[in-house]
Design a protein around this ligand. Structure first.
Ligand code: ADP
Ligand code: MG
Length: 388
C-alpha cells in the first residue's frame, strides 16, 4: 500500500460503470484524483467521465490485473461482484470496503444472519433453499410473505409477494429454485436509511436519517429535514448503523435501510456496501456528499461529519418519464424544471430510456421545509410524477 493519504494524481479503481461510479468519479476529480473503471460495456455512465476504462467481465484475470496495475485502491459501485474477484484484487491492491463486508452484504441469508447475530432486529425471515423450506416457512409465518432471491436483487427485482403456499412455490420456480429468503410482509409506517462512512482508523461519520418512499419496489422520493422522522427513532437508526459498520470492521461508505413498523419499532431491511440512491440528496444538501466521503475513505483522507445546510428532497427520475408524452422517447422539460430555483439536476448519460431504468435524479433544496416541499411538488407536476 502506498503512503496514506494518497496524493492528488493517484488513480482510484471502480468495479462497475453505472451512475454510482460516475458520481464517485466526479467527486474524485474534484479532489484531484483520476479513476479507472472496469466495466463490461465500452460506453458506460462512469466510463464517460473516467480517465481510464478497462473493458471486460469482472471475472477476467487479465482485466483485473490491468485494473490493479493502474489503480492504487479499488472499490465497487455495485455489490454483485463475485467474491473471487474481490479476493483476487485484494491480493494486489487495497479493496475498500473489504471482501468480508462485501460477502455479507451481497447475500441476503448471510446479511440477515450477521445482523441477528449482532443483536440487530430484522423482519421475520428464514432461509428458503428448496421447495419444502418455502412451503414450511409460508405456513409458519402466515401470509402475506415476500420471497427474495439471496443474490442479485435490486429495485424490487428478484422478489415476489405471495399470498399462499401455492403462489410461493410458483415464485420459487420462477427464480430457478435459487437460494432465497422468505420474509413476512410487514405493515410499514415509514422507510428510512442511514449512510455512514468509516475510516481504516475506526473513525465514523454519518449523514442525517433519510426518509424514503418506494413505489413498485423502487426508490421514488427521499426527504431529509428536521422532524421528518421522530428524533428518537432517527437517533436509534444512526446508532444501529454505526454499530453495524464497527461490527463489519468496515472501511468506506455503508448504507443501512430500515423499516419503521406500525407499532413504531425499527428493524433493518438490508444493507448496501457502497454509496446509495437514498444518499444522492447529499450532493446538494450537504457540505460533504456521500461520494466525497467514499473518496476520502478510499484515499485515507480525514472523514468529517457532513453538515446539512438545507432541507432537501430527492426525486428519482426513471425512464418512464421519457415516455410521458407518447410512445416516442422524449426528454422531459428540463428547462422548465431548472427554472425553479433550488432544483439541481443530475443526469447519468444513459444512451436510452426504459421504464423503471434510473436515468437521473433531481435534488431540491430550500430555505425552509415549506419551500423545499413546494418546489418539489411543482417539479412533480411539471414532470408528471405523482405527488407525495
Ligand atoms: P431491493 O434490493 O430491491 O431494494 P428490498 O428488500 O429493499 O429489495 O425491497 C424493496 C422494497 O420492497 C422495500 O423498500 C419495501 O418497500 C418493500 N419490502 C421489502 N420487504 C418487505 C417486507 N418484508 N415487508 C414490507 N415491505 C417490504
Ligand atoms: Mg432495498
Amino acid at each position: 500500500m502506498s503512503e496514506l493519504p494518497l496524493p492528488p494524481g493517484s488513480t482510484l479503481g471502480i468495479l462497475g460503470g453505472g451512475q454510482l461510479g460516475r458520481m464517485l468519479a466526479q467527486a474524485a476529480a474534484r479532489l484531484g484524483f483520476d479513476v479507472a473503471v472496469l466495466e463490461r460495456e465500452a460506453d458506460s455512465p462512469a466510463g464517460r467521465v473516467a480517465a481510464h476504462t478497462i473493458v471486460g467481465p469482472y471475472a477476467d484475470p487479465d482485466a483485473l490485473e490491468a485494473l490493479a496495475a493502474v489503480a492504487t485502491v479499488v472499490t465497487y459501485e455495485f455489490e454483485n461482484v463475485p467474491s473471487a474477484t474481490a479476493e483476487f484484487l485484494a491480493a494486489r491492491v487495497p479493496v475498500r470496503p473489504g471482501p468480508h463486508a462485501l460477502a455479507i452484504c451481497q447475500h441476503r441469508v448471510r446479511e440477515k444472519q450477521f445482523l441477528n447475530d449482532a443483536g440487530v432486529g430484522t423482519t421475520r425471515w428464514g432461509a428458503a433453499l428448496n421447495a419444502d423450506d418455502v412451503a414450511r416457512r409460508v405456513s409458519e409465518f402466515g401470509a402475506p410473505c415476500v420471497l427474495k432471491t439471496s443474490r442479485f436483487g435490486y429495485d424490487g427485482k428478484g422478489q415476489a409477494r405471495v399470498a399462499n403456499v401455492a403462489e410461493a412455490r410458483v415464485a420459487f420456480d420462477s427464480f430457478k429454485r435459487e437460494a432465497c429468503v422468505l420474509e413476512k410482509m410487514l405493515p410499514l409506517q415509514w422507510e428510512c436509511s442511514v449512510i455512514v462512512a468509516r475510516g481504516a482508523d475506526g473513525a465514523c461519520v454519518n449523514l442525517p436519517v433519510q426518509r424514503n418512499l418506494h413505489r413498485d419496489g423502487i426508490l421514488a422520493v427521499t426527504q431529509v429535514y428536521e422532524g421528518v422522522l421522530p428524533a428518537q427513532r432517527a437517533a436509534q437508526a444512526v446508532a444501529a448503523t454505526r454499530s453495524i459498520a464497527d461490527g463489519l470492521q468496515y472501511v468506506g461508505v455503508l448504507c443501512v435501510e430500515f423499516f419503521v413498523l406500525a407499532d413504531g419499532s425499527l428493524v433493518v431491511n438490508e444493507m448496501a456496501p457502497r454509496p446509495h440512491n437514498s444518499g444522492h440528496w447529499s450532493m446538494d444538501g450537504c457540505d460533504v456528499s456521500q461520494f466525497e466521503l467514499q473518496v476520502r475513505a478510499m484515499a485515507g483522507l480525514p472523514l468529517v461529519q457532513p453538515r446539512q445546510h438545507s432541507p432537501s428532497i430527492m426525486l428519482n427520475l426513471l425512464g418512464d418519464l421519457w415516455f410521458a408524452r407518447g410512445a416516442k422517447e422524449t426528454s422531459p422539460p428540463w428547462d422548465q424544471v431548472l427554472a425553479l430555483s433550488g432544483t439541481h439536476l443530475h443526469l447519468y448519460g444513459k444512451l436510452s430510456a426504459r421504464p423503471g431504468r434510473k436515468m437521473g435524479h433531481l435534488n431540491i433544496t430550500g430555505a425552509s421545509i415549506e419551500a423545499v416541499r413546494a418546489t418539489a411538488l411543482q417539479a412533480c407536476a411539471l414532470l408528471g410524477l405523482e405527488a407525495f
